[in-house]
Design a protein around this ligand. Structure first.
Ligand code: BTN
Length: 325
């Protein structure tokens, strides 16, 4: 009988070691098959440790993503708004999956995965997606108004992520324009908004969110900027992934409905409360020059305002990247 990686992972524990022979007996496969699958789990980034001659154990307790538990965490109104909630063991990218589905989707769709083989970040970067510890989450929603009306959307998503984290007891979190979620000056979560459809007519947004809950050292070393996970931020008391996923859905569905009706103006105050760049000395990297100034909030479209002496400039996120000086 073939052994599935999820069944093997479920048979392991963080409390005690389980021997290869015991795993083979429980899963009704050979010890060689167990060994081979353990190696594959490790390659995917699962925290499987060898326990000095006693078999294998997990570096931390794993809570598998579970669509039923996520649905249980939704209020009735949000549950009704959700056309599809899919949880994958392994996928190329949850956002790529929803982009594939965008032309036929009838309502709001959410896709999660335990690991991604081609996780994507902003500006063509790779998003590290080790198995079993983090959240890889995407949501698809249609908008009647057209892409022209969606400026500020990624900032709105940032405020929803901060609110969902606060719902789970994670408070010391802010936003670095346009939408990096930072804690202790390091990146805790990333947001990638991809739009499709008509500029003036109906369009759709695929909102991809990656949240570091447990970032193994090997994955952390491959990230080209300082990163942090909830395990270190919350001193080991990591929120449930299923509860956090549910809170993300609730906060996002609500925020996107309000954004569709009222635009970015309805979020200006919420964004200002999370804005980590206001009052900071900044370097703004444009195509051909670097501008220095002081962060002065965002305008009604969500563009970054930077004060240079007595004048101000408004920067769109597509044109520049920004760093605290
Ligand atoms: C960033 O560069 O900060 C954005 C990162 C977005 C990562 C998430 S993980 C879930 C979804 N699927 C992807 O391939 N990317 C987004």
């Amino acid at each position: 009988m073939a052994i599935t990686p999820s069944a093997l992972l479920a048979a392991l524990s963080a409390d005690h070691a389980v021997s290869g022979a015991e795993l083979a007996r429980r899963l009704q496969v050979t010890r060689a098959a167990v060994w081979k699958q353990i190696e594959q789990l490790r390659e995917l980034g699962a925290p499987v440790e060898a326990a000095a001659g006693r078999g294998y154990r997990l570096a931390w307790p794993l809570e598998p993503l579970d669509a039923a538990r996520i649905r249980d965490g939704l209020d009735a109104a949000t549950r009704k708004r959700l056309a599809e909630l899919s949880v994958h063991w392994r996928i190329d990218s949850t956002s790529t999956e929803l982009l594939r589905r965008a032309s036929t989707a009838s309502g709001i769709e959410v896709c999660l995965a335990e690991t991604q083989s081609a996780g994507r970040g902003r500006r063509g970067r790779e998003w590290q997606s080790p198995l079993g510890g983090n959240l890889y989450f995407s949501l698809l929603r249609r908008f009647d108004a057209g892409m022209a009306q969606l400026s500020g959307l990624s900032l709105v998503v940032g405020t929803a992520v901060v609110a969902a984290l606060a719902d789970c007891g994670v408070a010391e979190v802010g936003l670095k324009w346009p939408n990096d979620v930072l804690a202790d000056g390091r990146k805790l979560a990333g947001i990638l908004v991809e739009l499709g459809g008509e500029f003036l007519g109906p369009c759709h947004a695929v909102i991809g969110i990656g949240i570091n809950l447990r970032l193994p050292a090997a994955a952390c070393a491959r990230i080209d900027q300082p990163a942090i996970d909830l395990a270190s931020l919350c001193r080991g008391k990591v929120p449930s992934r299923n509860v956090l996923a549910a809170r993300l859905i609730v906060r996002l569905v609500d925020a996107l409905d309000r954004f569709a009706a009222q635009g970015f103006a309805a979020f200006a105050e919420a964004y200002a409360r999370c804005d980590l760049l206001r009052g900071r000395d900044l370097r703004v990297f444009a195509a051909s020059a670097v501008h220095e100034g002081v962060g002065a909030g965002v305008d009604e479209r969500g563009a970054l305002i930077v004060r240079h002496g007595k004048s101000t400039t408004h920067y769109d996120s597509a044109e520049v990247s920004v760093r605290a000086a």
